[in-house]
Design a protein around this ligand. Structure first.
Ligand SMILES: Nc1ncnc2c1ncn2[C@@H]1O[C@H](COP(=O)(O)OP(=O)(O)O)[C@@H](O)[C@H]1O
Ligand SMILES: [Mg+2]
Ligand SMILES: [Zn+2]
Length: 372
């Protein structure tokens, strides 16, 4: 069976399916409906949030045959995904859509040739679209070549730059382009999409496991989909949280919650025992401590401002939020010092040959202080 990576198979084919980027989607669809595309776009933001996907959607919008012929369809502001042009773009075979990887050496040569290639009109479509991915990697020469092109772009040219580092795009270029800032996506959007994929692929996976994947992905769709992919290849039994924990070295909510309960009760012995089991299980202790600090931070914030519950609802499962709220009852002002001690330990752990020791010392010291 040929296996198409999940993130390729489930790449959004329409703006409607591009999740968590509502403002961008709204503007781009409007431009599409009015046929008012720019000559240059810069799509910036964290990895796996939809930049390359949007660049390809724009290329399809620009050249889709159905849009050109059918004014009723044009009103949708979407590509048809069925005409020869749309299909060619999906397969990376359109002669009028050139994708350049700014990070590869070949990319640099391709940009150098850009000035030449831009002079020739599109072969088969209305627009010639250049998608330059990883644009932050471009050399000074490449930027200069691009600038020349953008100073007097032929009417049929669209250049789309995608980058994770907007600040590396020269101001001369940025000022000539329409700029879109992609956001990390809320956990709930990721869970929604993963749930849909799991259903379509007939993957059995528990809610807790999905939650941990979404958590691990930290706002990146691609990371979440790659991890799901990796888990599927383990076989066809149901995917449980323990398997994800082992695969990524990060433990799930319930265990963090259990540990935090020991801390808030001041149970040094149990807390140390727990650290020991985490270390023996091969999990990353600094990842563990990060999650513990995040957990305590949420408790602290909720204690101080109960209205923040609405914000946290987007970040975590309802069941988990319930547990955090329950823990919050055991939180006292003295625990603020504990959080500080743990943060200091986190800094120390990363440079220590024995990361376990700063953590253990912090637990003992931090808990002593809460008693004082
Ligand atoms: N906003 C989004 N909505 C839905 N899926 C997304 C979104 N962003 C990324 N993805 C998923 O992640 C994969 C990689 O996205 P891509 O657009 O290449 O990210 P990047 O921002 O790194 O260019 C896509 O194929 C898709 O499956
Ligand atoms: Mg990309
Ligand atoms: Zn089409």
């Amino acid at each position: 069976m040929s296996h198409l990576a999940i993130y390729r198979k489930y790449r959004p084919a329409t703006f409607e399916d591009l999740l968590g980027q509502e403002t961008i989607v709204k503007i781009l669809k409007e431009e599409a409906k009015r046929d008012r595309l720019s000559h240059a776009y810069i799509l910036s933001g964290p990895r796996g949030t939809g930049k390359t996907t949007s660049a390809r959607l724009l290329a399809k919008i620009a050249n889709c045959e159905k849009r050109e012929k059918d004014s009723a369809f044009k009103e949708k502001g979407e590509p048809c995904n069925a005409c020869t042009v749309c299909l060619a773009i999906d397969e990376g075979k359109s002669l009028d859509v050139v994708e350049i990887d700014g990070a590869s050496n070949r990319g640099v040569d391709e940009i150098r040739d850009l000035k030449e290639s831009i002079r020739t009109a599109p072969m088969a479509s209305r627009f010639k679209v250049y998608i330059i991915d990883e644009a932050h990697m471009l050399t000074k020469d490449a930027w200069n070549a691009l600038l020349k092109t953008l100073e007097e772009p032929p009417s049929y040219i669209i250049i789309i730059l995608a980058t994770t580092e907007m600040e590396k795009v020269p101001a001369t270029i940025a000022s000539r382009a329409q700029k879109f800032y992609f956001k990390l996506v809320p956990r709930e959007e990721i869970v929604k999409k993963l749930t849909k994929i799991a259903k379509e692929e007939k993957i059995k996976i528990s809610d807790e496991a999905l939650d941990l994947i979404a958590d691990y992905a930290e706002g990146s769709f691609r990371d979440s989909e790659s991890l799901l992919d990796q888990m599927i290849s383990l076989g066809d039994k149901s995917i449980e949280v323990e398997e994800i924990e082992k695969a990524v070295g990060k433990i799930g909510f319930d265990k963090i919650d259990e540990f935090v309960a020991f801390l808030l009760k001041g149970d040094q012995a149990k807390a140390l025992e727990f650290v020991s089991s985490i270390a023996d299980g091969g999990f990353s202790l600094s990842q563990f401590l990060r999650d513990v600090i995040q957990h305590l931070r949420r408790i602290l914030v909720l204690r101080t401002n109960p209205q923040m519950e609405a914000v946290f609802k987007k970040e975590m499962m309802a069941e988990h939020l319930g547990k955090i709220l329950a823990q919050a009852k055991n939180f006292t002002p003295a625990h603020v010092g504990l959080i500080k001690t743990l943060i200091t330990a986190y800094g120390e752990m990363r440079y220590s040959q024995f990361p376990r020791i700063p953590l253990e010392v912090a637990i003992v010291e931090g808990l002593e202080k809460t008693k004082a």
